[in-house]
Write a protein that binds this ligand. Sequence first.
Ligand SMILES: [Zn+2]
Ligand SMILES: [Zn+2]
Length: 270
Amino acid sequence: MEHFICIQCGTQFDETAQPPSSCPICEDERQFVRHAGQEWTTLERLAANHHNRFENEAPQLVGIGTEPDFAIGQRALVLQSLGGNLLWDCITLLDDKTVAGVNAHGGIRAIAISHPHYYSAMIEWSERFDAQIFLHAADREWVMRKSSRIHFWEGTTLSLWDGLTLINCGGHFEGGTVLHWRPDGADGKGALLTGDIIQVVQDRRYVSFMRSYPNLIPLGPAAIHRILETIEPFPFDQIYGAWWKTNVLSAAKAAVARSAQRYLRAIGAM
Ligand SMILES: [Zn+2]
Ligand SMILES: [Zn+2]
């Protein structure tokens, strides 16, 4: 028996004797099956030729990414806080060196994930760090490895601790979630950790919003307005996106507003 991992999206599945027949996350219109066909690996095989790199993205915000690139290639973030650290988003590879590195930064109290493309090997991480996982209930169907450690939350916001708040914006996924971080984030001005629910683009004065990034399926005006409305009550000056250095480091709230206006004009919605 083995917990197989999809090579294209990095998702780890329930234990089976044979690899699953397909990966529902990659079969979905928001992702894709690799050109060479569906392939699987295991954590052990992945660890044989990959390792994780740690790098600070900001004070109290430590990035962890896999090298060479694996699957979607996002980096996770350990948000260090007095009441306990939060792992924001997740990556597939977890080895002893990574566990030691995370523990040297204070360990992990809980895990929260923006959307199913980053569910990756979240159960491995939750078991190694004895951490609960917070996922929005609207994306429950995309969980490929079940565990009692997952807490499915409902509604628009969920307060965690130390001024950390999960916000369900929808968009890319119905359960799409961003994290509001205060008071330490961005020197007290607040920050959003967004995965690709609010995607920081190459021109880092802007962000964007898509149903599918690889297949270029845009969102409609109702989804854009919902994102703007759900984040409106939260002050923030910075955004930390899904990849290394995909961050908006100042005036981020104005950048989101400007980007949404541009997006709505581009799709003929204003
Ligand atoms: Zn997949
Ligand atoms: Zn995604």
